[in-house]
Design a protein around this ligand. Structure first.
Ligand code: PMP
Length: 366
């Protein structure tokens, strides 16, 4: 070890407080923590994708513009290919937006929401400013506009439908923000295939709108990392300056095209996930001491009177992994992804047992 080298002296001071996003794996547990598609990947699509892994697709660099995939996405979304940029998951696109526009400025985040907006804002050297949602988790448009109109506000993030609360903003709310601010408004629609208001019709009217979408949720490609954004071509031209040229590998580009070509098969799964979601919601309503929140997505936010840490840990001991929330914004809250019918049954039974055990042991509610 060198006497003169100390890595702590070199790290950017604004990263000192940043806690890295950890995604722990618990082998054997039922995974209801990451809002993925719980079904087996359709075999015929898997075979078609598997057959692609050969020849120039492997030996040559990928198409840096993802031309064919962007064309397929444009057709799916009813926009032009010039309004589409593909990324290594929408996570990469969030960072690219912030590196292009956010550094040194303010970024407004409608909390509680997806944690990566804040993390990527910090990585990009932007200042994340929370603009709290109302108690029903709708966005507070006047408050948001007044935060947004302060100097140096560059980007506003609105997740709709919102993770982890499960509600969608209306088109009127989004439009009202778009026409009152001069910053970029990113509407993250990662869960749109499950429900909520589609913002695509606003794209041609508002050049400050960026829509984020992903193949990781309804289209079951979380492992291959394919996300995309829809925006005005001028906005995308600026973001291209920071995009890694070969950000999306050839295999993932091709796999996403195969998925879109066969999307009928996923539409069946999406219908079943929505049916299961409504059933889990009704079951949660019936468990004593549980308050679930209505959801248009493939996950449900709920609250108990116990600490979310305790519920999370007890469920994990019973082999069910969900997401614990908590903190001052969501005290006692947890989020569960919708799984297969069998997984959902295991979860609701385990939660019932955990709560009964806590009550019987006289453990104090919070
Ligand atoms: N946006 C939201 C709202 C999400 O919940 C997630 C994943 N949890 C992402 C973006 C990131 O998705 P991707 O896999 O496309 O990076």
């Amino acid at each position: 070890m060198s006497d003169i080298f100390n890595v702590a002296n070199l790290i950017r001071s604004d990263l000192e407080k940043l806690i890295p996003y950890d995604a722990y794996l618990y082998p054997g547990a039922i995974r209801l923590d990451a809002n993925e598609n719980p079904f087996n990947f359709p075999e015929e699509i898997a075979r078609e994708i598997g057959n692609l892994a050969a020849g120039e697709l492997v030996t040559r660099y990928p198409d840096s513009d993802a031309k064919e995939l962007r064309q397929a996405i444009a057709q799916y979304c009813g926009v032009s290919p010039e309004q589409v940029m593909a990324g290594n998951g929408s996570d990469e696109l969030i960072l690219n937006i912030l590196l292009t526009f956010g550094t040194g400025g303010r970024v407004i985040i409608t909390n509680p929401t997806f944690s990566m907006y804040r993390i990527h804002a910090m990585i990009a050297g932007a200042r994340p400013i929370p603009s709290p949602r109302r108690s029903d988790f709708s966005i507070d448009v006047p408050a948001l506009v007044s935060y947004a109109n302060k100097p140096e506000t560059r980007v506003i993030f609105i997740c709709s439908p919102n993770n982890p609360t499960g509600n969608s903003s209306t088109l009127e709310e989004i439009e009202s923000v778009l026409h009152q601010v001069n910053s970029l408004v990113v509407v993250d629609q990662a869960y749109l295939e499950f429900g909520g208001a589609d913002c695509t019709p606003l794209l041609n009217k508002y050049p400050n709108l960026i829509i984020l979408r992903t193949f990781s949720k309804a289209f079951a490609l979380a492992g291959l990392r394919v996300g995309y954004m829809l925006a005005h071509p001028d906005v995308l031209r600026q973001i291209k300056k920071v995009k890694q040229p070969f950000n999306l590998n050839s295999f993932s580009q091709a796999a996403a095209r195969v998925v879109l070509k066969n999307r009928g098969l996923f539409e069946e799964q999406i219908k079943e996930i929505k049916r299961q979601r409504d059933q889990v919601y009704r079951q949660l309503l019936e468990i004593e001491g549980v308050t679930p929140y209505p959801s248009v997505t493939n996950y449900i936010l709920f609250r108990t009177n116990y600490s979310s840490k305790v519920i999370y840990k007890e469920l994990l001991e019973k082999g069910v992994l969900i997401r614990k929330l908590g903190g001052p914004e969501l005290p006692g809250f947890l989020r569960v992804s919708v799984g297969t019918q069998e997984e959902n049954k295991t979860f609701t039974e385990a939660l019932t047992t955990v709560l009964e055990q806590l009550r019987r042991s006289g453990q104090d509610a919070k």
